[in-house]
Design a binder for this molecule. Structure first.
Ligand SMILES: *Cc1c(COP(=O)(O)O)cnc(C)c1O
Ligand code: SF4
Length: 361
């Protein structure tokens, strides 16, 4: 058995297992872990410095999960935008393809909390084949995002079978893997896995670091291996109360990500997902974080701040107000709050017509 499989097997799955190590009363948490599965593998557990810290909050069930009466189970209406099971087709040219129902850790704030690690997320060889058939039948799909659960919890063989299936569809230009494995179980990034993945370029990988303490020698090594195989690495963080709702923490996280060759891609406003209300921050706090990054650190380290619109509207970016007025004079505010004026140029009439046509495509 490989190291990562052993670590997974040694995961804590019951609150009672926390008592010996941390001295907490597990009783109030039993019910929570029954509603939403718990899995913390020994690697991620080892990152906890104290009860209630940012690592703990992401991994250990909390009574607050059952007290949430505000949020719906599927706010992004993924189920409504699924033409076949486990595939979400929301945008014109790309799809989200759920290929694994398991994760290396069950994050307490998960957007798919309603189904990951549970019985109502059924993924079989047959559902995957139906997904591949759907993608084949829609030549406008040029970008496929493998997600789940976590696609890197599949065996190398199963994942290779899916990637081969996708690469046999000529209209699929790029493949992306969305995975938290480099953060929560970096031992999974083995030389054999990486040798397999690099056969399927152009392949991108977006991972999900939320706190600087998640960047360790082991996770840096995993990301280095992937980057050495020519896989561009991006990061999608979620803004979480008590984890990273602090501009200084986020800045440090973005800088450290760059140092392990991961490019910050998105910071998400926390979705309105049932059982996660206690993690949500105000939207203003997210905008403040972007304001604290832009200009104050490498532009490479400034991701887009987005809200994934409830109801399935997709990701909508939010920016601090840098544009003060837009006319013949463009009045702009820089990162220090100082005003600057740019003299606008006229827009040719033909261009207007052409772009109006393009918008209708
Ligand atoms: C996030 C998402 C995508 C990808 O969006 P990008 O902005 O291209 O990264 C595609 N489909 C669904 C359903 C998504 O939620
Ligand atoms: S790894 Fe991703 S899909 Fe799995 S529980 Fe965490 S956030 Fe959810």
């Amino acid at each position: 058995m490989e190291t990562w499989q052993k670590l997974l097997q040694e995961s804590i799955t019951r609150p009672g297992d926390l008592t010996r190590r941390f001295g907490v009363d597990p009783r109030p948490l039993e019910q929570v872990a029954e509603a939403y599965p718990m899995r913390v593998n020994p690697y991620y557990l080892g990152l906890i410095k104290q009860v209630g810290d940012p690592i703990w909050r992401q991994a250990v069930p909390s009574e607050e999960e059952l007290q949430d009466s505000v949020c719906p189970a599927d706010p992004l209406e993924e189920e409504n935008q699924s033409p076949v099971p486990n595939l979400v087709h929301r945008y014109p040219d790309r799809v989200l393809f759920l290929v694994c129902s398991e994760c290396a850790m069950y994050c307490r704030f998960c957007t798919r909390k309603r189904k990951v690690g549970g019985e109502n997320m059924v993924i079989t060889r047959e559902t995957i084949e139906r997904g591949l058939d759907y993608i084949r039948s829609k030549p406008e799909i040029r970008d496929v995002i493998l997600s789940g659960g976590d696609p890197l919890l599949l065996s190398d063989e199963r994942l290779e079978w899916i990637l081969k299936g996708l690469r046999a569809i000529p209209s699929v230009e790029i493949i992306r893997i969305g995975t938290r494995v480099p953060v929560v179980l970096p031992q999974r990034i083995t030389p054999a896995l990486v040798r397999m993945l690099r056969k399927f370029h152009p392949l991108f990988l977006n991972t999900h670091f939320n706190h600087p303490d998640e960047i360790t020698e082991t996770s840096a090594k995993a990301c280095g291996r992937l980057a050495d195989a020519g896989i561009p690495l991006g990061n999608q963080s979620v803004l979480l109360r008590g984890v990273n709702d602090d501009p200084a923490v986020m800045k440090r996280l973005m800088q450290k990500l760059l140092s392990i060759r991961v490019k910050p891609y998105y910071i998400y406003q926390a979705d309105m997902v049932q059982g996660t209300d206690h993690f949500r921050t105000s939207v203003e706090e997210g905008i403040e974080i972007i304001r604290a990054l832009r200009g104050h650190t490498s532009g490479m380290g400034v991701p887009a701040f987005v809200i994934d619109a409830p109801g399935g509207g997709g990701k909508i970016p939010l920016l601090p107000d840098y544009l003060q007025s837009l006319g013949e004079q463009v009045v702009l505010k820089n990162y220090l709050g100082e005003s600057y004026t740019y003299l606008n140029a006229a827009r040719p009439v033909e261009t207007e017509r052409r772009s109006a046509v393009n918008d209708r495509d």
